[in-house]
Design a protein around this ligand. Structure first.
Ligand code: AMP
Length: 170
């Protein structure tokens, strides 16, 4: 199955000059969605994670079924002000602007093996900030996985050697 046929390019969204990779056509097709999650699962299983950390918001859509298939905990990294308990925060650069993510300070136990999941890696800043959150809590980031890699933005260079599995590369 060619999953690229289910990814829609939306030019100049959310700002001029960005080609947004819209995954909603893939989510609308159960076979394509299943195929995408199975590809993420095949990689993540090799990393033997205790925890799947997912990045708001589209990361959750992929990571929730993934965590269930893996029998791993699901932990959300959320935009500021959304989590109700005590949080830690990391700020980072996005392809379009500055942003921050938070996690509950008790979301990960020291020594737990963590994979981080998102829909798209662009510059890698989001995954890098999430890795810092996990490591501040004592977790070990054993891998990262995303549906789409925008390889021309060299986001992998921001990951400091942590493995990244991308289902689709552009
Ligand atoms: P970055 O931190 O630059 O790797 O950006 C990755 C985050 O921004 C992910 O959470 C993506 O959902 C979102 N993102 C950045 N660029 C795009 C794009 N061209 N298409 C879709 N999502 C994007």
């Amino acid at each position: 199955m060619d999953l690229k046929t289910f990814i829609r390019d939306v030019p100049n969204f959310p700002i001029e000059g960005v080609i947004f990779k819209d995954i909603t056509p893939l989510l609308c097709d159960p076979a394509a969605f299943d195929h995408a999650v199975a590809s993420l699962e095949a990689y993540c299983r090799t990393r033997r994670p205790d925890v799947v950390v997912a990045i708001e918001a589209r990361g959750y859509i992929l990571a929730a079924p993934l965590a269930l298939r893996l029998g791993a905990a699901f932990v959300p990294a959320r935009k500021p002000g959304k989590l109700p308990w005590k949080t830690i925060r990391e700020e980072y650069q996005l392809e379009y602007g500055v942003a921050a993510l938070e996690m509950h300070e008790d979301a990960i136990a020291p020594g737990q093996r963590v994979v981080i999941v998102d829909d798209v890696i662009a510059t890698g800043g989001t995954l890098r900030a999430t890795r810092r959150l996990v490591e501040r809590l004592g977790g070990e980031v054993v891998g990262m996985a995303c549906l789409v890699e925008l390889a021309f933005l060299n986001g992998r260079q921001a990951l400091d050697g942590v493995e990244l599995h991308a289902v689709l590369t552009y």
